[in-house]
Design a protein around this ligand. Sequence first.
Ligand code: MG
Length: 393
Amino acid sequence: MNSESGEAIFSTRPAPYAAADAISRGRRYAEPSPTYRSEFQRDRDRIIHAAAFRRLEYKTQVFVNHEGDLFRTRLTHSIEVAQIARSIARALQLNEDLTEAIALAHDLGHTPFGHAGQDALNACMKEYGGFEHNLQSLRVVDELEEKYADFPGLNLTFETREGILKHCSGKNALELGELGERFLKKQQPSLEAQLTNLADEIAYNSHDVDDGLRAELIHIDQLNEIALFHQQYQEVKQRYPDLSQRRTIHEVVRRLINCQAVDLVQASNQQLKQFCPADLESVRRQPQPLITFSDSMRKLNHELKRFLRNHLYRHYRVHRMSAKAMRVIRDLFDAFFNDPRLMPEEAQQRVAELTDQTGTMGQARAVADYIAGMTDRYAIKEHARVYNPEKLT
Ligand code: MG
């Protein structure tokens, strides 16, 4: 990645504070080391082969999947996050393999229909421990993917699992053992986890601008009142006054991504120089994250986020879709929780197993797992199959 001035900072030598195989806290079930791959490459590969990863193709964040083929899905979002995060990791001499694994896994636990789906499922689960997509991503890689002969889940390294768990309540942290410790001790995760979190923000802010414009829910004139967008737009217009609208927007969006990533590298480099952590353990003990935007970029970023919240996420057309989505999730939960025999056999078995373990808490959790695993279109079909008398199976 280059700053616009052409200055390049490249070295493939890992920094002393980067994560590395040799200092990994390992896997929950011990396994021999891979032959031609690093431990974190193996994590990345297992994530790519997971069913939950493939389902990201048909899950959405803001727009419902069938609204158009050009909009981002959670799969393309995860790939964009991985691309941005890897570039930043290389520039900061951090572990690219770990960064990529975290980025590709970070959204695995998302429900169908984006945030609306998550809010609805969380409300359904209120009396049964709640539903949180972060924790669910961890559940997916630790338990729900059933593929390997020797262990449940994907048996990922501690570092990848730590990166997936961005935040967590004190109550949940107590139940998570080693992984919950950092929340109780107020410690930081690895730099790779910190940067992936911010790469996620860069990715969704920029692509929501792009998708929002394409859907004509927001307009250039409105965005030009937002400093971060306006700066880039002016530059593109001055340099390429005759460029078509479509190419202008793409050029602005790519510059939005680049300027935030460059800022992140520069500001984080400064922090790393100032605090000089000797190793990963010392990164963990820092009172605050060392991977950050500059103060000025953070403010610009907030302004853009606020704009997207008010004009895109709360747009009546998005809200109509969200309201429908919430109804679908609530209806499915009610139907399955009250009568688990309406669920497919495999899901019924999970309900029986978890009910044996923890009674109605377990019953609700198994229903939530089943619903959270659905794609947007599968949830819509299931809803019709359960509620619409004209659909017989
Ligand atoms: Mg994300």
